[in-house]
Design a protein around this ligand. Structure first.
Ligand code: ADP
Ligand code: MG
Length: 321
């Protein structure tokens, strides 16, 4: 997609798209018996150019965080910077740096995608010549539907339409709150492709999700929020490595299955299985290859081998239980 000079020319300081320093939010609505601390001293740096997943169980504070960025919730304390613009010092510019894809499908069914984008561009006072309506529709795969009425679009297309609307002012950062909630598996894949191509075009993506497979498949960085606090914020690969465990399972010949294992294998604390055993080890300290070598050296014949490393779901449960 062509990018507007305003948003893309100046990379943010330190290459950080969104920076949150000591961000807190206390809801003090009437009707609440006591104030609710929805966000507690959040410190987060979201790198420019990444796909960032904000995960957390219900009530963790994800929407509060996003709504502060969107400007619909007022923060209690802390500093928010988007693409180098401070929310307190330059709120308009700060917000102009973000496009938000809301969870609800609020689409004007009487407009075609083309009309809808033109209308939105008008609201942003974008001169006709600078509008990117065609490019954006192509980006989200709605070229064919450009002039179809929105009510004839499928659910997945409507969601892509919301992505398109959020991109009209060419924000460098796109935020999606639960983009695939209630979207079936096939459409989910299409939306993921969409998000990836926007990211390839240079857009920083922040998404909240409770589908861990979504984060595992899409995100380069992941933060896990629980009870208003950041439990962890890491690259996905570091996070997956950080669990500190990996399982290596071997199948051994039947003739060896009912024999006692040699001492050097016993010392690895094997877990017996129906056709062999499993060794649980710390991948930061040793490797599958080393363990296989030890098994071979102990005179055990290996018929088959498999490994299992905890996925995001295992780690998520460990951190939020
Ligand atoms: P998530 O999006 O992760 O599910 P939310 O940000 O919606 O979490 O909510 C975080 C906490 O703040 C929850 O305990 C929720 O009940 C509370 N909360 C959210 N919005 C309000 C509000 N407008 N007034 C009072 N409490 C709220
Ligand atoms: Mg929410």
């Amino acid at each position: 997609m062509k990018s507007s000079p305003r948003s893309f020319l100046n990379s943010p300081e330190d290459n950080i798209a969104i920076r949150l320093d000591g961000l807190s939010k206390t809801y003090k609505a009437q009707g609440l018996s006591k104030p609710k601390n929805a966000l507690k001293d959040i410190n987060l740096a979201i790198p420019a150019g990444c796909i960032f997943g904000l995960l957390g169980p219900n009530g963790a504070g994800k929407s509060t965080l996003i709504n502060i960025l969107a400007g619909t919730v007022i923060k209690s304390t802390g500093r928010v910077t988007v693409w180098g613009e401070d929310l307190d010092i330059n709120p308009r510019q700060c917000r102009a740096n973000i496009g938000i894809v809301p969870q609800e499908l609020n689409i004007d069914v009487f407009l075609t995608p083309h009309e809808s984008l033109e209308f939105t561009a008008g609201m942003y006072n974008i001169p006709r010549k600078e509008r990117l309506t065609k490019e954006i529709l192509e980006m989200v795969g709605l070229t064919e539907q450009s002039h179809a009425y929105a009510r004839t679009l499928s659910g997945g297309m409507k969601r892509r339409m919301l992505v398109a609307k959020a991109m009209v002012h060419s924000p460098p950062v796109l935020i999606l709150d639960e983009p695939t909630a209630g979207v079936d598996v096939a459409l989910r894949q299409k939306l993921w492709d969409n998000v990836r191509s926007l990211n390839d075009a240079g857009v920083t993506i922040v998404l909240t999700t409770h589908y861990l497979e979504e984060a595992e498949e899409l995100c380069d960085h992941v933060a896990i929020l629980n009870h208003g606090k950041v439990m962890v914020s890491k690259t996905k690969s570091d996070l997956l490595k950080s669990s500190g465990r990996k399982d290596l399972s071997v199948t051994i010949p039947e003739s060896q299955q009912n024999q006692a294992l040699p001492d050097e294998i016993q010392s690895l604390n094997p877990i017996m299985t129906s056709n062999g055993f499993t060794i649980r080890f710390n991948p930061e300290e040793t490797s599958s290859g080393d363990i296989l070598k030890q098994i071979g050296n102990a005179g055990i014949q290996i018929m088959d081998v498999s490994t299992y490393q905890p996925d995001l779901e295992d780690i998520f449960l460990d951190l939020t239980r």
